[in-house]
Write a protein that binds this ligand. Structure first.
Ligand code: ASC
Length: 148
């Protein structure tokens, strides 16, 4: 009896990643949410909606650094169908999509770097704005405004 339970538990644990791999749309959306959960609290401080605190800001910048590259592996060709705003341009202009990722990555690193070096708020605001500009630029080219 317990053997059967162990087999079932083990099998479902081992197969879980395969289930994720089979649903790249849901997986990348979850990854983008992680990025947003790091980015938005910094935005509150940048916009003055919350008082600026160096320690939490630095933690959020680190969370962004650790999460910012995870979505891209979940854009296999053909995954622009279903409940997704991913445009076909992601695959037809793959080099441009990759260039957006690289610029985004360098800006995320610069923001994190600034957060660790006691940069003043004006500097953090500038670095944050550059990351936000990358979000917007990529969305403008590669994400449609509405779900199909
Ligand atoms: C955000 C968010 C984006 C970007 C973009 C910047 O906070 O959710 O997609 O910033 O709006 O222009």
């Amino acid at each position: 009896m317990w053997k059967k339970t162990v087999v079932v538990l083990l099998t479902s644990t081992l197969l879980a990643p395969l289930t994720w791999a089979n649903d790249p749309v849901a997986t990348r959306q979850a990854e983008f949410k992680k990025i947003l959960r790091a980015f938005e609290p910094m935005g509150m401080m940048i916009r003055g909606a919350k008082p600026y605190q160096a320690q939490p800001f630095q933690q959020q910048a680190l969370a962004l650094l650790n999460s910012h590259n995870t979505p891209w592996q979940y854009f296999p060709p053909g995954s622009d169908r279903g409940k997704t705003r991913a445009k076909a341009e992601i695959w037809t202009r793959a080099a441009d999509f990759q260039a957006e990722q690289q610029l985004f990555s360098s800006r995320v690193k610069a923001l994190h770097q600034a957060s660790t070096t006691q940069a003043d708020l004006a500097t953090l605001r500038a670095r944050y704005g550059e990351v936000a500009q990358s979000c917007k630029s990529c969305h403008d080219s590669f994400r449609s405004k509405v779900l199909p």
